[in-house]
Ligand binder design. Structure first.
Ligand code: NAD
Ligand code: GLY
Length: 362
């Protein structure tokens, strides 16, 4: 039976939208109907998620004038302009009008590409996110970042485009592979570190229940993560400033993902090792205690996440990969560090020597 356990809002004036968290929400016809403007729907999923969950969404959609179902191949490599074209070809062939609604059913890959397709089709149509991975439920489905990859760079072609609603059905997490679940936990713990110390302490107590995928613990962790993210997005939708704190560990993490070749390390795994480095650097600057660094390491281990970068990456390799970020932000490498647990800051004065010492010390 469907049950909404939490509702929160991403406050963006007239574009404010709800995030519903609960049980069996993808089969909630009333909830879907509330956010579908017309009688046309484009349901985008992938070949892994569609067989598990598309039928329930289909039944909840009931009898509408036009429903186009698009099942993409599974994988980050399909988050591309070519796949976008496939979506547009189907939508055009079926003659969807401007009041159609695009629904993304899947993880962050499906969500990002469907959101970007919705942003572009006829200059923007209704869009609903139904995220089915933990990472998508606590991060990518909330906040309006949509994109596809370019062969020369991840997420390089995209738009800020907010959904009309996010439906988080925690039951879908029961089928998620353990490694993907742990990778999602990295983004959960990130919120505690950057802006919510009580949540960080709560996670220490509740990790076993989360790993056992207990409903109440999952609903609470997702609600607290989304509430933290919603607050940051409401304050800085287009990342002019403080939204960057959501990238704690990500500069190191991207270097790991690129250095290992995409797909070797999951994004959340690389972010976990990257956050570890960010905490170590914060401790070297005297901002947090070594005991906090040890405590964080133990938490990541409990979550079955890596606590250090891959052994085949030395300081020189990190520095050269991170120099790519440097170009993006006008010559200054910008890192997110912690002034305290629950208080992130944006720092642009980290020297190469400081990084070399940090990375050599592992
Ligand atoms: P993903 O979408 O590739 O999903 C991971 C795997 O889990 C896939 O094989 C998928 O088919 C499978 N899966 C999804 N739901 C499942 C379920 N309920 N049961 C069983 N299998 C399931 O990866 P992800 O980690 O969800 O998302 C990563 C993507 O998100 C990246 O492209 C990243 O760039 C993007 N991202 C975007 C934002 C944003 O703000 N827009 C934030 C973080 C990450
Ligand atoms: N995932 C980072 C952001 O949404 O800004």
């Amino acid at each position: 039976m469907t049950l909404i356990m939490h509702t929160l809002h991403v406050e963006l004036g007239e574009r404010t939208y709800p995030v519903y968290i609960g049980r069996d929400l993808l089969a909630d016809n009333e909830l879907l109907a509330r956010h579908i403007a017309g009688s046309q729907v484009v349901l985008v999923s992938n070949e892994t998620v569609a067989p598990l969950y598309a039928e329930r969404v289909r039944s909840a959609l009931g009898k509408r004038q036009l429903i186009t179902e698009i099942v993409l191949p599974d994988g980050e490599q399909y988050k591309s302009l070519e796949t976008l074209s496939v979506i547009f070809d189907r939508v055009m062939a079926d003659k969807h009008s401007r009041n159609t609604t695009f629904i993304a059913l899947g993880g962050g890959v499906v969500g990002d590409i469907t959101g970007f397709a919705a942003a572009c089709y006829q200059r923007g149509v209704n869009f609903i996110q139904i995220p089915t991975t933990l990472l998508a439920q606590v991060d990518s489905s909330v906040g309006g970042k949509t994109a596809v990859n370019h062969p020369q760079g991840k997420n390089m072609i995209g738009a800020f485009y907010q959904p009309q609603a996010v439906l988080i059905d925690i039951n879908t997490l029961q089928t998620l592979p353990a490694r993907e679940f742990s990778a999602g936990l990295a983004e959960v713990v990130k919120y505690g570190l950057i802006s919510d110390e009580p949540f960080y302490r709560w996670l220490h107590e509740h990790t076993p229940r989360l790993l056992a995928r207990e409903e109440a613990a999952l609903a609470e962790a997702i609600e607290r993560s989304c509430a933290n993210k919603a607050q940051v997005v409401a304050a800085d939708e287009r990342e002019g400033g403080m939204r960057a704190i959501l990238n704690l560990g990500h500069t190191f993490g991207h270097a790991i993902e690129t250095g290992q070749g995409y797909g070797e390390w999951l994004h959340g795994e690389a972010v976990a090792a990257g956050m570890m480095l960010a905490l170590e650097l914060s401790a070297r600057r005297g901002w947090i205690d070594e005991a906090e660094v040890d405590d964080f390491r133990a938490l990541l281990q409990d979550m079955h996440l890596p606590v250090s970068p891959p052994g085949n990456m030395d300081a020189a390799m990190f520095l050269s990969l991170m120099a790519h970020d440097k170009k993006v932000i006008d010559g200054n490498l910008r890192l997110i560090l912690l002034e305290a647990i629950g208080a992130a800051c944006i720092v642009d004065d980290v020297t190469d020597a400081e990084l070399q010492e940090l990375l050599a010390a592992r």
